[in-house]
Each structure stands twice: as structure tokens, then as C-alpha cells.
Design a binder for this molecule. Structure first.
Ligand SMILES: [Zn+2]
Length: 582
């Protein structure tokens, strides 16, 4: 259908012509923030739920779900053909349409052949997975917690040796095209299939067309573990994100994970807009694509040092592209865990907790620097600060840059101040019962870190404040590291990994009045009983009601994001419990 125009021409029209410009010729639109709002022309309604976003270049109706760009509006609403729509829009945008020359036409026709071949191959691999030949691979997916619906949603498959060759012969497919599509390779000895004996993950473009494959071997002796299609006329690795064909524009947040299975496991458990780069390095094209569609981006790579470094490189790519209104967050997972492993182990709420306790940009950079150049002496701190400021310098938006820098100055100043002993009674605000419980709990786990293992699962399902969650995550990492489990070494470890968090009030004995079992001399049995009492209170549903009331009250007063997030979390928890009871 789009054979008459090159993608460049279509992009140029879209760049020059805001969607609202076309739509407001037909419908009254009112500006609301970045969006325009109006009555949906596709379904009868009295209150407006039709939104138009020029920045993202699309319209969306929350009532009936219609969604599209300028061309889609013109074809669907004005009943134009695609060709007419492009000509009409080009006229308004002042773009001259030059007919494609024969060479361009040939290239486009050839591209369509490749798309068809790749689509057929995807179906071939997929049906093989569900046949006897694919049983090993199918069973493997089952053991990894991937269900049938996900297998179909992502069209997973298996490439058996000789299968594609047979298919090509049967359907008279020219080796030339298969080679251009990256499915076979020519050697001196003959033509060979590129993928065989591998679990196949088709990679789709935004229009849900298969453009390439990732193949995973289940044989530990075979290298590489993952083999991707090579660059070709339709497969541009650096511009693609795995999972992007399922993009849901109604949500403004996206999660960037490392692997294909992470994407599938998260989508399977209800997350939307989860994507993976092709390989761990995020490219500028991929970052731009995310920024065009989303204003909150979580980077959530594996909980090993490679993942940590890859997150840091991702930050580097995103920094120059950041704009006001964009929130870039970093999620740290427990050591050697990835989203897929956490979710398939049944710890969905543990994973959600990690997302809720994600680090902001400066917070992440400080954590990274404090690991790269550890130390709390002036020399180390100054070096950390210099590195962070240098990196923030790459932000193009001047106002954003100066705000992030200010935040860095303040954080390092606070860091110096927290070296001073905390004056008595200097806790600024009123402390809620919930916070007292959490502080007591943290102190107890710092005194007896090994005990945390026994309470971890119970605490994962409970909505704790993000601060507490962050500290518990660090304690969890610490335990997994197999460090000496004692107060003297865990406190510096927490301070090192959460340089921005002041934990002095937890270390002081201000709160011991509420929990005498924390007093010297330490008795492990007393502490365990104390922890059990508090966790028991958390799990008591009447106390959940109390917490919700308290959180509502707090939010009413403060109107801030932290209190709102906590309230939302508690309400979700209540919903979750109600669902369980039904
Ligand atoms: Zn509608």
C-alpha cells in the first residue's frame, strides 16, 4: 500500500504537520497540557475522551480505543485511500511528492518479498515448536515458566536442521532472497541455514512485521548462546527494540530489560511496554524511540556487575537526549537475578517493590561512582562528584542540566553533614506508626542480618515505604554476597550503596523506647520475637485499613508523589487481598 512513497517522505510529512492541525479542521480540540482533548468522532460520546498528542504524532480514544497517525485519521475518518491521504497531507505540509524512480520501486518490491519470506519462516518455526520435533524446546519454555499464550503472542519457534531448506525447495524460494533476509549463508561448501537447533525469537518491527530472529541454543557447548540476524535491508539491530510491536500508547511508562525472556515473562505477568535492546548496549536510536513514546523509563538490567555497568552505559546514552518532563529511573535487582528469574519464581510483588524503589538519575550516578571510586574521604568524594558533574554536562537542556547539578551539589553537601553526629530530637517531621515499625525492623535486621532471610518472603508482599525498601534491598544483596553477617560490616555497606540516604536516625537509639528488645545486651531470640510481632502487625488486615486511612490523611496534607505512591501501593495490596479471598 505504501509502495508509492518512501518512508522518508512519510516521516517528513509527519514531522512538518502536527496531527492536531489535521484533526481540528473537523473536531473542536481543547489544549490540556501536552495533549489536545475533544469529543471522539468515531464513537458517540458526551464527555471528551479523544486525545491528540502532537509530540508523539498520534491520536487515541480512551472510550473506544481508536488509535493512529495523520494518515490513519484521513483514511478512517475522511474515507480517503492511503494514496489520497498522503497527497492531501503533503499538500498542507508543503512537501513535494516525487514519484519513486524504477530503482527505488524495485528496492521496495524486493523488501516486501523479504517481509513475506520472514513471515512465512516465522510461522514455520512456530509450528515446529508445537510439533513433536519441538518437544525439547517446548518443555524448556515450560520449565522457564512461559505459557502457551505467550508462545503465540511472541510467536516463539524452533529451527531444526534442514527444515527451512526443505521448505524453500517445496516453495521454490530463491536462495538469493533467503540470503538477503539473513536466513541462509553461502559458503564455499554450499548454502547453509543460519539458524538450526535453536529456540527462535522472531523480532518484529513497529508494524508487527518480522524483520529478523534471535536464536538461543539449549546446548551449553554451542557458542554463541544467542545468535541474532545480521544487519540487512530490513533488519537494523540498532533501531529495534524487542517487544515494541506490543507497545501500548495509553501508558506513559516503559521498562527496559536485558533479555528476550525478561520481556516475555514480564508481559505474561501483566506488565505493559517492556522492551529489550538487541544485546545489552542501548543505542541512541533505541533511546530516542523510547523517549518519543514514553516520559518515564525504567532501566532494569540484570543484578550482576555486567548489568550494573550496562545500566551505566545506558545512562550515558540517555543523558544528552533528556528533556524536561522525562524521568529516567534505575532499578537494581538482587545479585545474579534477572526479571524473568524473579517473576517465574513467583515473586511478582518482590519485583514490583524493586520498581517502586528505583533510583533517580543522580542517585544512580552516585551509587555507581561510590562503587567505582569507593571512599568517604575528601579525595574520593571529590573525585566522585567531579565524575558525576562531568557526565551531567552532557545534558543538552540547560535548565535540566543545572537542576541535576544542583541536586548533586546538595547531595554531596548532605553527605558531608551526615558525618556529624545527629543532634537529639532533630528528626524534622512527625513520624507515623508505620515508619516507627519500619525503622525498628531495619535496626533489628542490621543487628542480626542473617534473620532477614527468614522474613524476606513475608516482607516482599507488604507495601513498605520506598526508603525502607531500598535499605532492605541492599541488605538482601549483602546477604547474597555471603559477607560476614554482622552489624559492624553491614552498616558501612549500606552507607556505601545508599550514599544519599541518611540512616543515622535508624542507628541511633531514639526508637528503642518503642522496641526495648533492641537494647544492649543483644539477645537474638528477643529480636526474632520482636520482628515477628511487627511483621504480624503488617499482615493483620485490620492494620492495613489503618495504614490506608493514615496514608490518605498524609497525602491529603502533603499532596506529594511519595505519599501518593504509598497510598496507591496500599490500595493495590488491599485489592490483592480481596482477590485472594474470593
Ligand atoms: Zn472513541
Amino acid at each position: 500500500m505504501s509502495n508509492f512513497f518512501s518512508d522518508d517522505t512519510l516521516s517528513l510529512i509527519k514531522d512538518r504537520l502536527p496531527v492536531s492541525e489535521i484533526i481540528r479542521r473537523r473536531i473542536v480540540l481543547k489544549q490540556k497540557g501536552k495533549d489536545f482533548l475533544g469529543l471522539c468522532p468515531f464513537h458517540g460520546e458526551k464527555s471528551p475522551s479523544f486525545t491528540v498528542n502532537d509530540q508523539k504524532g498520534f491520536y487515541h480514544c480512551f472510550g473506544c480505543g481508536v488509535h493512529g497517525d495523520i494518515f490513519k485519521f484521513l483514511t478512517d475518518y475522511e474515507k480517503m485511500s492511503f494514496q489520497e491521504a498522503v497527497e492531501h497531507a503533503a499538500g498542507i505540509a508543503g512537501v513535494t511528492l516525487t514519484p519513486l524512480n524504477p530503482k527505488q520501486q524495485k528496492a521496495l518490491a524486493e523488501r516486501d518479498i523479504l517481509f513475506n519470506l520472514l513471515a512465512d519462516t516465522g510461522k514455520l518455526y512456530n509450528s515446529a515448536l508445537l510439533s513433536d520435533a519441538g518437544k525439547t524446546y517446548y518443555d524448556y519454555l515450560k520449565t522457564r515458566g512461559i505459557n502457551d499464550a505467550s508462545i503465540q503472542k511472541f510467536q516463539l519457534g524452533v529451527a531444526s536442521k534442514g527444515h527451512l531448506a526443505k521448505f524453500m525447495t517445496a516453495h521454490n524460494i530463491a536462495v538469493d532472497f533467503a540470503e538477503k533476509a539473513g536466513l541462509v549463508a553461502r559458503y564455499d561448501t554450499g548454502v547453509k541455514e543460519k539458524f538450526f537447533d535453536r529456540l527462535m525469537f522472531p523480532i518484529f518491527d513497529e508494524k508487527s512485521r518480522i524483520v529478523g530472529f534471535g536464536g538461543r541454543t539449549l546446548n551449553n557447548d554451542v557458542q554463541p548462546k544467542y545468535l541474532n540476524s545480521a544487519e540487512n535491508a530490513v533488519f537494523h539491530k540498532g533501531a529495534l527494540l524487542y517487544g515494541f510491536h506490543l507497545v501500548d500508547h495509553r501508558d506513559s511508562a516503559a521498562v527496559l530489560v536485558e533479555g528476550y525472556l525478561d520481556v516475555i515473562a514480564m508481559v505474561q505477568s501483566g506488565f505493559k511496554n517492556v522492551f529489550a535492546p538487541m544485546g545489552t548496549a542501548v543505542t541512541q536510536d533505541q533511546a530516542n524511540k523510547l523517549l518519543k513514546h514514553f516520559n518515564k523509563i525504567y532501566v532494569c538490567f540484570d543484578g550482576d556487575s555486567a548489568g550494573f555497568k550496562a545500566m551505566n552505559r545506558a545512562a550515558e546514552v540517555f543523558l544528552p537526549l533528556l528533556q524536561p518532563g522525562i524521568e529516567l529511573l534505575f532499578v537494581r535487582l538482587p545479585l545474579d537475578q534477572d526479571p524473568h528469574a524473579i517473576i517465574t519464581a513467583g515473586n511478582l510483588s518482590a519485583f514490583q517493590q524493586r520498581l517502586n524503589a528505583s533510583l533517580g538519575l543522580v542517585e544512580f550516578l552516585m551509587t555507581y561512582e561510590s562503587v567505582q571510586n569507593p571512599g568517604v574521604q575528601p579525595a574520593a568524594l571529590a573525585l566522585q562528584r567531579k565524575h558525576i558533574l562531568d557526565r551531567l554536562d552532557t545534558i543538552q537542556d540547560p535548565f535540566l542540566k543545572s537542576l541535576y547539578k544542583d541536586q548533586t551539589y546538595t547531595q554531596f553537601q548532605n553527605k558531608r553533614k551526615t558525618k556529624q553526629p545527629l543532634p537529639m530530637g532533630s528528626l524534622p517531621k512527625t513520624v507515623s506508626i508505620q515508619e516507627v515499625y519500619e525503622i525498628v525492623l531495619l535496626k533489628a535486621f542490621m543487628l542480626c542480618p542473617a534473620m532477614y532471610k527468614d522474613f524476606m518472603d513475608q516482607l516482599h508482599v507488604y507495601p513498605l515505604t520506598p526508603q525502607t525498601q531500598k535499605i532492605l534491598n541492599v541488605i538482601e544483596n549483602y546477604i547474597f554476597l555471603g559477607e560476614a553477617l554482622e552489624f559492624l560490616s553491614i552498616v558501612p555497606y549500606i552507607k556505601l550503596h545508599l550514599p544519599m540516604l541518611n540512616i543515622d536516625h535508624i542507628l541511633s537509639d531514639t526508637f528503642h523506647v518503642h522496641a526495648p528488645f533492641l537494647n544492649e545486651p543483644i539477645d537474638e531470640t528477643n529480636i526474632r520475637n520482636g520482628i515477628e510481632r511487627i511483621v504480624g502487625k503488617f499482615n493483620d488486615s485490620t492494620s492495613l485499613e489503618t495504614h490506608i486511612k493514615e496514608a490518605q490523611e498524609r497525602f491529603k496534607q502533603s499532596q506529594n508523589q511519595v505519599d501518593w505512591d504509598r497510598l496507591k501501593m496500599l490500595m493495590a495490596q488491599k485489592q490483592h487481598r480481596n482477590d485472594d479471598e474470593l
